[in-house]
Design a protein around this ligand. Structure first.
Ligand SMILES: [Zn+2]
Length: 274
């Protein structure tokens, strides 16, 4: 995992992980799926099975960024931001998490009036991940007062050209809660460097499935280089590499590999959060 991520501090004490292309033979490369967290931030047929067990291995104890204490968590896009095809991919990824939580816990985590992805008007300002802790809480005593936006960023991407997407949340320590509690969140998708004609095209459904994992509180399974709370991926068990929450996605040429099913480690950790 050469050329791995570097840490960059952001306002509010949060840390974001960014990365560069990781070159390898045959023109293949990995690109990074990033999380803004509160750190101090072959698969068999069994992959579709639902694990109801809550398990966070000791070497992953620090990989939980926080959680939402109000649910369901509403998600939205800015109207006409994504194409109809892209919207279907977003909905499919949301559906994967919802199906998992339905089977494991009996509820859907992500729902909105637009079931399960609503729209906000054109012109709605795009909050950026580094602003997550400088905007008012999305959650009040009466519930969510605004949805979490999934944003297509077509210019002004600030997280490094190899980062496909970045999720930001604002975690707060709340007495009596086992994990920090999120008050805001946003998902930025890097359409400036990916997805467009002539640019590398990751599998959008796979990418958003990963980012939703961050949004619900999961950090990566490991990081390219060992850091506080994270094993180096080169030293991590195979299941961490197979997980949706592995920090990067491979490409074959300009086509991203597909990772659309939650794996056991993703499910086990998520089961501890909700
Ligand atoms: Zn990520």
């Amino acid at each position: 995992m050469e050329g791995g991520p570097r840490l960059r501090s952001l306002p509010g004490g949060a840390v974001t992980v960014v990365g560069r292309f990781l070159s390898s033979k045959g023109g293949r490369y990995l690109a990074v799926l990033a999380a803004l967290t509160s750190l101090s931030s072959s698969c068999s047929g069994s992959r579709d099975d639902v694990t109801k067990e809550c398990l966070i291995p000791n070497d992953q104890k620090g990989t939980i960024g926080g959680r939402w204490t109000v649910k369901p968590v509403p998600l939205a896009v800015i109207v006409n931001d994504f194409s109809a095809v892209e919207m279907n991919e977003l909905r499919a990824a949301i559906g994967t998490w919802n199906s998992f939580f339905s089977a494991s816990k009996g509820f859907k985590l992500f729902v909105a009036s637009g079931a399960p992805l609503s729209s906000v008007p054109a012109g709605t300002p795009k909050i950026r991940t580094n602003e997550a802790c400088s905007v008012s809480s999305f959650v009040t005593a009466s519930g969510f007062v605004q949805p979490i936006l999934i944003e297509k960023i077509v210019s002004g991407w600030t997280h490094g050209g190899s980062v496909i997407a970045q999720t930001g949340t604002c975690p707060n320590t709340v007495q009596g809660q086992p994990y920090r509690v999120f008050s805001t969140g946003v998902i930025e998708m890097n359409f400036e460097n990916y997805f467009a004609p002539g640019l590398p095209r990751p599998d959008l459904q796979s990418v958003i499935l990963h980012e939703l994992g961050h949004l619900l509180g999961l950090g990566h399974t490991c990081e390219a280089q060992a850091q506080k709370n994270f094993l180096a991926c080169a030293e991590a068990p195979k299941e961490y590499l197979q997980a949706v929450m592995f920090p990067s996605l491979g490409f074959d040429g300009n086509t991203g590999r597909i990772k659309r099913s939650l794996q056991q480690n993703d499910q086990q950790r998520a089961n501890c959060l909700y």
